[in-house]
Design a binder for this molecule. Structure first.
Ligand code: ADP
Length: 192
């Protein structure tokens, strides 16, 4: 099965948690732009140095930096038969670039899953994660900014994918297992 999936949803909706589970069930790699950026920041690579100040402020890393990174990652062998993108695309330019990457590969998306979340619940989850994991961008001011940037720049992409008949919306509130089951059930008719 070759599922090519995008996960959309505000910070705190549980994309990372669900991405790991869905990728395991479908046997496709989960590609998280946030995780790749954080690993590069930790290793102080050139990419990490370019991304860090945006991440610390809750702003998006510039499109040209992000697009180049994703193009490289999608060209790796393990993504040839499918992937789950977590955190990309997040801007209209990223949508266009992803379209181009898939077109050159002669493929297209299977579905776009939008995980919806209550804003205050999302903030509470991220503050809890901050206490447990100490993620640099999980403080309340930056969390609020990330939610704002998502609402302005990324939430509208759901309509773009809905127009293409690709959008599946899933309620991200409730137990982790329940959300995974909802996502798998919503995807089932589209996987073959
Ligand atoms: P969250 O969705 O919880 O805010 P992520 O781990 O997905 O966290 O992303 C963390 C940060 O990495 C973002 O705030 C942003 O600075 C950067 N980032 C991740 N993905 C993208 C992207 N597609 N475009 C631009 N910046 C990104």
């Amino acid at each position: 099965m070759s599922a090519r999936l995008v996960l959309l949803g505000p910070p705190g909706a549980g994309k990372g948690t669900q991405a790991a589970r869905i990728s395991e069930r479908l046997g496709v790699p989960a590609i998280s732009t946030g995780d790749i950026f954080r690993a590069n920041v930790a290793e102080q690579t050139e990419l990490g140095r370019r991304a860090q100040r945006y991440m610390d402020a809750g702003e998006y890393v510039p499109d040209e930096v992000t697009n180049a990174m994703v193009a490289g990652r999608l060209a790796a062998d393990d993504a040839a038969d499918g992937f789950l993108l977590d955190g990309y695309p997040r801007t209209p330019d990223q949508v266009r670039q992803l379209d181009g990457m898939l077109e050159s590969a002669g493929t297209g998306l299977t579905a776009v899953v939008e995980i919806t979340a209550d804003v205050e619940e999302a903030v509470a989850r991220m503050l809890k994660r901050a206490a447990e994991q100490g993620r640099a961008d999980d403080n309340e001011a930056v969390i609020r900014r990330r939610l704002e940037v998502y609402a302005e720049q990324t939430a509208p992409l759901a309509a773009t994918y809905a127009d293409r008949g690709l959008l599946v919306r899933v309620d991200g509130m409730g137990a982790i297992d329940a959300v995974t089951d909802r996502i798998m059930a919503a995807l089932a008719p589209r996987l073959h």
